[in-house]
Ligand binder design. Sequence first.
Ligand code: F0G
Length: 367
Amino acid sequence: MPLLRSVRGLFKRPTTQNWQGLIPAYRRWLPVSDATPVISLCEGATPLVPAPAISERLGRGIRVFLKVDGHNPTGSFKDRGMTMAVSKAKEAGAEAVICASTGNTSAAAAAYARRGGMRAFVLIPDGYVAQGKLAQALLYGAEVLAVRGNFDRALSIVREMADQYPVTLVNSLNPFRLEGQKTAAFEVVDELGDAPDWLCIPMGNAGNISAYWMGFKEYRNAGMSRKLPRMMGFQAAGSAPLVNDTTVEQPDTIATAIRIGNPANREKALKVRQESNGGFAAVTDAAILDAYRLLGREEGVFCEPASAASVAGLLQRADEVPSGATVVCVLTGNGLKDPTSAIDHSEATFYGDLTPDVATVAKTMGF
Ligand code: F0G
């Protein structure tokens, strides 16, 4: 296989040895030059973990892998985009960045901006950001503005702010974000030796699905892979503007990361679906939580609820997966981001208030 790979590829594939972040690893595919100050936390090179329990559920020789992007420095795929967006902002002389966020973007923007010596302003929907993400933004030294309104409202404010004031927008409308995020597709192909048949991914603003598609296409056009995947995008049923081709005024889901009613990258996402012969579908919160628990209990992988939408979607569409296919589900964020959801929905056994002696513990354990 390694021989075949090196013959097929025109360019050398990076390895994870001496990994120094995705900009050095994929420099020739990215819009950077020697003049770009690289602001990095050694993001990227996240594991592609086989998912035997899910593969077995699907049967028919289907192989499922999890792209665990929660292994990034701030615990989500946003770091891939942020190393690019913040490096380019620094190159352009910016002194401050701004974003609207359901949490992960704010954590990544804060970490990278502060590392680059810039101020980070983050607007969040008050009361709808998971605890770990808020903790990160605060600890990294962001200036956090919680607005009474949802993500969509916050995004429209920061767009105007970036137009009128000297602050650089680092939401996925910033084209450098998607350039950085496309490297996840490169990594998947580098690991598998070709693109998967299906790529399952949660959608909020639909930046990430657009970035993956860009990456898969660039790699295939350069001879680094033979095929292109079908892009399967999943949204929470209470927050599914792309699936239902509408705008949702009051999006509602337990998966707060994708609680978005008016996706910023709508047109791009529709194009991805069409070009890739892909599909979009809604998954209920109950199905998201089932997948969330399944990943934890049977695969040993702890992701946040929004990420589990990719697996919920795959299980829902299982009958359509061709026999023998290779499927990659993108797990966008780390489970520790949202401890409240885990504690509230694990359905695990918890015995509290025990007398601290062996007899009590043994009896409780059923011995
Ligand atoms: N999964 C997680 C964990 C996310 O945080 C997000 C988006 C998505 C999926 C969806 O990605 O927007 O590119 O389609 N989070 C943004 C934020 C909105 O502010 O952190 P998308």
